[in-house]
Design a protein around this ligand. Sequence first.
Ligand code: SF4
Length: 489
Amino acid sequence: MNPTRVFVSKAAINAISSLINVPFLRRVGYYLVDKKIQEKLLKEQQKGVLPRMILDQGQMIRNMIKAFDRWVGNKNVKRTSVKKLIRSFLNMGSKENKTIMENFERQFGFSTPRFITLSPTKRCNLECIGCYASSDAESFNHLDYDTINRIVREQKNLWGSHFTVISGGEPLVYKSQGKDILDLVEENPDTFFLMYTNGTLIDKKTAERMGEQANITPSVSVEGLEEETDWRRGKGTHKKILRAFDNLREAGVLYGISITVTTENAELVFSPEFIDYYFGQQGVYYAWIFQYMPIGRSYDLKLMATPEQRVGMFRKMNYWVYEKELFIADFWNSGTACNGCLSAGRKGGYIYIDWNGNVMPCVFNPYTSHNIKEVYASGGDLNDVLLSPLMKKIRDWQNGYYDHGNNGNERGNMLAPCPIRDHHGELRAILEETGAKPADESAETALEDREYYEGMVKYGREVEEMTKLIWEKEYLGIEEKTLKEAKSR
Ligand code: SF4
């Protein structure tokens, strides 16, 4: 994760991808990688990154390596697949990419993003409660295949970025110009794909295809255990997901889960029962946690995990991350492991492109100033989007917040890193200043909804109150005594 980056030559990538299949050499390799990363992180510390953030970053990488090790050790995993996956993954750190990144930085004065999230279609085969996606044929909004392939190619050529996240709608229903989403994966073996999917379409054949390709990991959405998942996604969905897990295991695919946390399931998500069920019994290798964000159809602020729940989840997540070394990341509570907000194409971050071609700073920030189809039609490329005032202003906010916080004299609280939910007033000012447009009707409604605005601002204030002490004590390292004295003054 950002900011750690180790660059190796193409020859070294080929050698590593072959040697990684030998268990002893793998151990030695992990030891060396771990050592190298720790050295890199120490250098970051010398540049002023907080020691506890360095620890969080190091542990995240360690857990990622452990998850990978578990996968390689699985008897269903083909040795050729290990080679393919490692090659696509390590491409992100090849020396050739280093040159591309350095040239970009020289030309534009800031660092390249690490990845893109792409939703090629709005269409979905399910009708989950509250979801924006649709099963109806009329809303078959999608990007054509040539466009998504061009985006993935440009990412590599312009930014040296070999990581693409595919979201939806349901990516596995995507069809365009006679191709599906796994054709995209196949045509770009030097890119690693993370695909969010509802899992219900992963039959044996699809799983085998993914196992052969290996440069893809599906992250299957669940809402909790069977009861919670079926309640939101439809009766019988969980059983289909279990069949998908069986197929993925048999085909030796690296797979995980993603879960949207609301006030309703916040206590369940990090419970021993939940973790044991998915990591133990179902054999998932990782879990992404997304706290519900009130955007999209019928947004509801009451579903956002309360500030108390958010802190509770932070504590519980750290138990699983540090004590059990599981690869779990929470889009908000893991802000310390990636230096805060990843949106707007900042260093190590990303931009989001939806099925209509609207380019947004982040999946959860439905405001836009560019449409990629128009950019391409007028002879532009992904860099035009990155240089837009909207993206630039958000990056300026991120940099300022990280260096100085809200008060101008201290580091920004990375336990409250999000301009949308933790600093909504500041985001609104940026949207107004840059003239960003809502990407859909719900985003337009939210802009005009005073209650929404006030609710979001209040939520941000409460989160700051709840997390400030943890941030000051455990990250800034300020003694409790000093804090009490400062407060009583
Ligand atoms: S804007 Fe918020 S949700 Fe989006 S990347 Fe930043 S912190 Fe995450």
